[in-house]
Design a protein around this ligand. Sequence first.
Ligand code: SF4
Ligand code: SF4
Length: 761
Amino acid sequence: MYKYEFDEETGGILLTDTEALMSKEPRPIYAEEMNILGFNSRWHYENQNAVPYLWAEAGNYFYHGKKIAVVKGGSLYEKPQLEFVEEDGLPQGETLLPVDLKKMSEKNFELMENLRQETIKRIYRYWKSHQKRLDCFHVAFSGGKDSVVLLDLVKHALPKSSFIVVFGDTHMEFPDTYKIVDVVEKQCAAEGIGFYRAASKFLPEESWKLFGAPSSVLRWCCSVHKAAPQTLKIREILGKPDFVGADFIGVRAQESFKRSEYDIENVGQKQRGQYSHNSILEWGSAEVWLYIFMHGLPINDCYKKGNSRAGCLLCPMSSGRAVFFRNNAYPNELKKFIGYIAENVTDEDIDSYISNGGWVNRKNGRDLKSPLTNYSEEVKDDYFYITVTNPKTDWQEWIKTIGEPTFRYEIQTDSENKIVTAKVKADYCGTTELKNFKSVFHKAATCIGCGVCESNCSHGAISFNDGLHIDKKKCVHCLQCHDIDSGCLLFNSTKLSIGGGGKLNDKKLNTFSDHAPKTEWLKDFFANPNSFLKKNTLGSMQNVQFKRFLFDAELVDRKDKMSTEFTELVKKIGWNTATAWGLILVNLVYNNPQIRWYVENLPINEGKDRAVVEEKLQAIEVSVKDSKSIVKAFKRLCETPLGTELNFGTTTSDGRNLATLKRTNAKVEDGRVILYSLYKFAEATDGWYQLNLTRLMSDSDSAGVSPSKIFGIDREGMQQFLNGLSANYPEFLNATFTHDLEKISLIAEKTSQDVLNLFNR
Ligand code: SF4
Ligand code: SF4
């Protein structure tokens, strides 16, 4: 990717021969977008959309190298605000000239031609070296600008009969995308290139009803409507369920913080067992647009209407401004999708549910009119029970996929096979084996054959032709069909809080009674943990409550009552440092209801009157006595390094009495503390390894608590931490922040323990 500058002479962009690490994603701006935003109130220009007038980088608009306006805000129902640059800007009343595309192309010809040749050669070499061992090559075509360029390059690199083009039709695309797909399909037909459309058997109006609308953490749509249909389509074309193929994908790394971590050639990154070639990974959007203009490729009209991406009509990952432009361009289509949300949620004020991001932040089936109700779990008398009522598919088929568990289990069914109960010794709770066993019943409870498990199985063992059938001879128990959130996307998207994973029991909040830990106790403990546990000078109740604190902080093992590896780590870091207490606080949040209550109920930097806090506790049926203990314990905790080093909170006194309590922004000195809390979050929420910043900044009402909440970090601060972690620990986290996309990916194979191990390196 080359650096570029805005060219005063042509009004276009000009590549320089210097390599760039990051790009600001320039995009051409046409009259249609300018009219929407109000440029026509200030300058004159012909109302044509064949040639652009301006360029934009995020919210900044440039004319012949000069920044002339900035756009801010914007949401579904609110137009972004346009502010003109007054000083050194462009005088009002000028007539704007379109970009001189011919001259711009000439000036960039040499660099672009080198890039084109290099990319074509790379595609050819890849095909040549993989040709014999792979069953098929296909271009994943989306109708967006990158895939238009990619397809043109592949066409120039490979024989026409050596690859096919597959358009993944989500049935949620912009109307303009379908127009360009029609154009490209015709071109391919004329050139003898196989062009296929792959779509789910479910239309969005059905799937949105069954799954509930997608949200930032429930993105079942990408699998159900995009990835799975493409895999199943290629299987159908090849007649080979276990095909191994390579797809050419038009992803570009320029938006990511650490490009070097991406691979042009990879196996299994997009789909397990399949090859991918990210042919234009190193291109910037400047090069993509130049290529389109230089080679006269078709342009999706959506870009002329203010959309910086061609994607789904209503996507929970889009910024407010992006949603505004989509709604402005395709109001009737957007209305349909808003209607699907309205039909299926209990919230009656649908406008505010949409505009306040309620739908984007949906985390489970709680908001849905038809949440999951036919599955439950409980632990009783040392046994773990799963009950499924009216299962949608046969558990006896799904259980073939996990092989024979090492534990014994009992199954009971009623005479009509409508209620299935599985019973397992509770000792297996928390084991991977029981997780997979549960996944069998999740699938049995909800599976509608959405195609995802079938496409995940590269052995062709799953079929839904005449009801669910798992072919025992083909199944190798690879568990790929279980490598899905909760084992089933439908289950995951509609489940309610099950068993002990959700809210804490408020009646047990008073965990320290009147004996919250003191600094001197902690000092003695860390001086010699195991001998302290055997013998110390604490009174009996102090001992009991302090041990409770040590258990919950994971400094003492509950079973053998000995100090843990974590204790050693804390000692190594320095037991009275902010970093050590950052880690301890995370453990306490997940293990101790009292600490969690403070975190979830005391706002940051807002002193709360003692009596108000006590009342708040009493309102959730905490006794008066316990409410007073909980308030007093906060003061004691703030006097330990949790308060003095980590800055957890402060209190004020009124004479001898406690007057106010305040949580404060914690002093997080080491990003690994945030990384640890992110993995704890993912583990507590049953595997939310794909997050976004909006989700992290929202209040927690699930089993996980966001690091921003635990440490009182604002959006900007979180973004800084995430960028730093992405750069320093790419094997743990990848964060991408662009103008309408914000994605945080944790690596599912890593654990919070792996993060702790980083401190021992
Ligand atoms: S994905 Fe693996 S476990 Fe599942 S059916 Fe196929 S072979 Fe069996
Ligand atoms: S079990 Fe698999 S195929 Fe069935 S609905 Fe769930 S994700 Fe889809």
